[in-house]
Write a protein that binds this ligand. Structure first.
Ligand code: ARG
Length: 563
């Protein structure tokens, strides 16, 4: 039940159509102080149209609004405050959750339409960076969130598997590479070769020419070039898949940059027919000076295509292939200009659907306040980092609950969950400080805290010996349960907000608040006391497990029942 809407409808009914339910809903807020009720409607905008003081209007409205679900409606200055009838609201809320369980909070605003989500997208032969980790975690969560509101998510791993750097890599491998070493340790070896190429090229400019030639051969289907490229790609993907496995991330399409090779000619043709290609220092570009942006590079003087050419082609392909209602690109802040250029170019081509393309940008992962970079030769291998977190989690569990049955499995859920939650609890535009120790705390704003709260609630249910499915609410109306009920009630709008803003942190913060309020409840109320309200309290506990678990699922995190 949407009580905001109910309240807005009641107000609208008293205003003779001078304000729509939607615009009233936009104004309804949560009162800032306790004792002011559950919903508040400010009368300032009505004061303008009615030419009366806001507190007079509030008084008049408050007097006329009644509803069986409203305990009391009262004016407080310029506000109409509404007090909900706790017993009714808690029954309705718990009944709904008990009935629909994991479907609670979902909607069908997407009506099955596609949203493409370009995420993760690491680069072949390079380490999977912290930035790619952020993209993976945010994109994976967004995929679950859009599905929750009725869209179909199409995850796309736009692999960086094309570009002049592969010419360099082939030259370096042919000169200095060692097959066994690459097989043994693919990413560090390939990265080392790439770095060596740049070092050597400083003294020997001929290498750059050679690299260009090899990239040209690759683009033109040369057998040897293709064989090496395919091998580099396979070795890299195998490494990346370890990370995806640990994070349990599935991506629908692995159509990376190379996928668009045979499709770019058509894009360039289309740009030409639209008279959008201009020459700049021998290269072909789309001029964007009228928008105050630098030109979008389409083709270099040697005919080679670029990152932008492939993104342009990919956008056209995705629109045609998936008929997306929206197209999201989960990519770091540093590519903001690129995505503005991409969208503007499409707009100039006459594709208004480019308005539905969104760059979901995010900040950096920092270590001790500094950007974590792959310093020359030193590679942070992310699957190693994840393994380390899982080991630490296992140690934690060993100390806290040595008798736990499936420790290894739980440690994986907790360790990985800690990493994911640590990222998603912050608004994505902010930077994230990477600290294993902070992530794994069982108290505070962490994944393990939410998971632990969920497990504790599950254990209460187990102890009760009652089957959750048969429970019936009993009209709880005490203040402690009311705080929890209000959180549960807010879950649908929380999901909606996180969808609208493409912001998983909205759900992460909700989960923390619910966990905190539940722990307070648990501290004040004897849940398992055998009295008339026992079943109602257990219904509340069960509802909390459902909503915590679902919140975590939307973030891409498991909720163990014991830990
Ligand atoms: N591979 C790129 C990088 O690591 C990210 C690709 C993002 N997606 C895209 N469609 N451009 O920087």
């Amino acid at each position: 039940m949407d009580y905001n809407k109910l309240f807005a409808e009641e107000i609208a009914g008293k205003l003779d159509g001078s304000m729509s339910v939607e615009s009233i809903m936009g104004l309804v807020e949560k009162p800032k102080f306790e004792g002011q009720g559950d919903l508040a409607f400010p009368c300032f905008s009505l004061a303008k149209t009615q030419g009366k003081a806001p507190h007079i209007i509030a008084g008049e409205l408050a007097e006329r609004i009644t509803h069986p679900v409203f305990e009391r409606v009262a004016a407080a200055g310029p506000y109409v405050n509404c007090f909900l009838k706790k017993s009714v609201v808690s029954n309705e809320t718990l009944e709904t959750i008990l009935e629909v369980q994991a479907d609670y909070g979902g909607s069908n605003i997407g009506q099955g339409k596609n949203i493409t989500i370009d995420f993760s997208s690491p680069n072949i032969a390079k380490p999977f960076s912290m930035g790619h980790l952020r993209s993976t975690v945010i994109g994976n969560s967004l995929a679950k969130i859009v599905e929750k509101v009725g869209y179909k998510a199409v995850g796309i791993n736009h692999l960086g598997d094309w570009g002049t750097q592969f010419g360099k890599l082939i030259v370096a491998y042919k000169k200095w590479g060692d097959e066994a070493a690459v097989k043994e340790n693919p990413i560090p070896e390939l990265l080392a070769l790439y770095i060596k190429f740049h070092q050597e090229a400083e003294g020997d400019p001929g290498l750059e020419d050679e690299a260009r030639k090899w990239f040209w051969r690759l683009e033109n289907g040369d057998g040897e070039a293709e064989k090496l490229w395919t091998w580099f790609k396979e070795e890299s993907l195998q490494e990346f898949s370890k990370i995806y496995e640990l994070l349990e991330v599935d991506i629908d399409s692995y159509a990376g940059e190379a996928f668009y090779n045979d499709k770019m000619a058509a894009t360039i043709e289309l740009l030409k027919t639209n008279d959008l290609l201009t020459e700049s220092q021998g290269a072909e570009v789309v001029d964007l000076t009228d928008e105050g942006l630098p030109p979008f590079l389409i083709r270099k003087s040697d005919g080679a295509t670029l990152y932008g050419t492939r993104d342009l082609t990919a956008a056209l392909y995705r629109k045609e292939h998936y008929q997306f209602a929206k197209s999201l690109y989960v990519v770091g802040q540093e590519q903001t200009l690129h995505f503005r250029q991409l969208k503007l170019t499409l707009k100039k081509m006459g594709f208004d659907w480019s308005d539905e393309m969104d760059h979901i940008s995010f900040g950096f992962i920092l270590k001790d306040g500094k950007k974590m970079s792959t310093r020359k030769g030193k590679v942070v291998l992310l699957d190693q980092v994840l393994k380390e977190v899982i080991e630490l989690a296992e140690k934690n569990i060993e100390e806290r609950n040595p008798a736990l049955a499936n420790k290894a499995e739980t440690a994986q859920m907790v360790g990985v969950g800690a990493v994911i939650f640590h990222d998603l609890k912050t608004e994505r535009q902010n930077n994230v400080e990477f600290s294993l120790e902070a992530m794994l705390r069982f108290e505070g704003v962490t994944g393990p805290y939410v998971q632990y709260t969920h497990a504790r609630a599950c254990s209460i249910l187990r102890k009760s010996g009652m089957a959750p499915d048969g429970l019936a609410p009993v009209g709880l109306e005490d203040v402690h349960s009311w705080e929890v009920i209000k959180d549960l009630l807010a879950f649908p709008e929380t999901i909606h907000k996180s969808f609208e803003q493409s912001e998983p942190s909205v759900i992460a913060r909700f989960a923390i608040e619910l966990a905190q309020d539940f722990n307070k409840y648990y501290g004040h109320v004897k849940v398992l006391e055998d009295d008339k309200q026992l079943e109602g309290r257990l219904a509340l506990v069960f509802a909390v497990t459902v909503v915590l678990k679902e919140s975590l699922r939307l973030l891409g995190i498991h909720a163990p029942v014991e830990m």
